[in-house]
Design a protein around this ligand. Structure first.
Ligand SMILES: C[S@@+](CC[C@H](N)C(=O)[O-])C[C@H]1O[C@@H](n2cnc3c(N)ncnc32)[C@H](O)[C@@H]1O
Length: 202
């Protein structure tokens, strides 16, 4: 059922839209049990209980935007403070994905094993959240983990302490480490704070 979910407006044809997390073969039994949790309720409860969407995907056309030519995630209506907007769905994995721009960490065990959620080839609307640098003076949403009704661990997007206006772009902080890792794989001389001027694809 979940694999036939209808993609939202502006969804790119080369990315598989999913409405539940998928598990890569690199996920260990322990990691899978940790992510799935006690499974006290049915998996369907997680998808059926989804709130009407507060977000919309839009193509960015402003030349001053550092991700001009790409997509971003925007508020489809006014969003109150501290509101859960959407879960970040992707391929849950335990292998390294140094070249994915859509890979976020879901959990790190004390023994160093990391569980990631990679939305590079499959994901949902949340994969389009951009970083605030060069867009706004500070983030207006954050990533926060949560457990669903059935107990599954997911990363999710929440508004911060201020309401978000309808039409505003939703931006998080990827963190300096994210930009440093990205720039290290391209130009090690580059300062991560300068990244905002680099990526216009108009
Ligand atoms: C998770 S994706 C975000 C969605 C992406 N804009 C898209 O259309 O698929 C991360 C990529 O978006 C771009 N990006 C996000 N925030 C940015 C920013 N503040 N400045 C420049 N590029 C940004 C970079 O190319 C980055 O690798």
């Amino acid at each position: 059922m979940s694999s036939q979910a209808k993609p939202p407006k502006n969804w790119p044809s080369d990315v598989h839209f999913i409405n539940s997390q998928r598990f890569h073969s690199s996920v260990t039994t322990t990691a899978r049990a940790f992510v799935q949790g006690p499974q006290t309720k049915t998996h369907e409860a997680d998808t059926l209980a989804r709130a009407p969407s507060l977000v919309v995907i839009r193509r960015i056309t402003e030349p001053s935007h550092p991700a001009c030519g790409q997509y971003g995630l925007f508020a489809s209506k006014k969003i109150p403070p501290r509101t859960h907007l959407i879960d970040y769905l992707g391929e849950v994995h335990c292998d390294d994905r140094p070249h994915s721009d859509y890979d976020i960490s879901l959990h790190r065990f004390q023994d160093g094993v990391n569980i990631g959620s990679d939305a590079n080839t499959m994901g949902n609307d949340a994969r389009f959240v951009n970083d605030y640098r060069g867009v706004r003076h500070k983030p207006n949403v954050e990533f926060r983990d949560r457990r669903t009704q059935s107990g599954e661990l997911r990363m999710s997007v929440w508004s911060l302490t201020e309401p978000v206006k309808k039409g505003e772009e939703l931006v998080v902080s990827y963190g300096k480490a994210w930009w440093q890792a990205r720039l290290a794989s391209s130009d090690p001389e580059e300062d991560p704070e300068d990244v905002k001027v680099q990526y216009c694809q108009c």
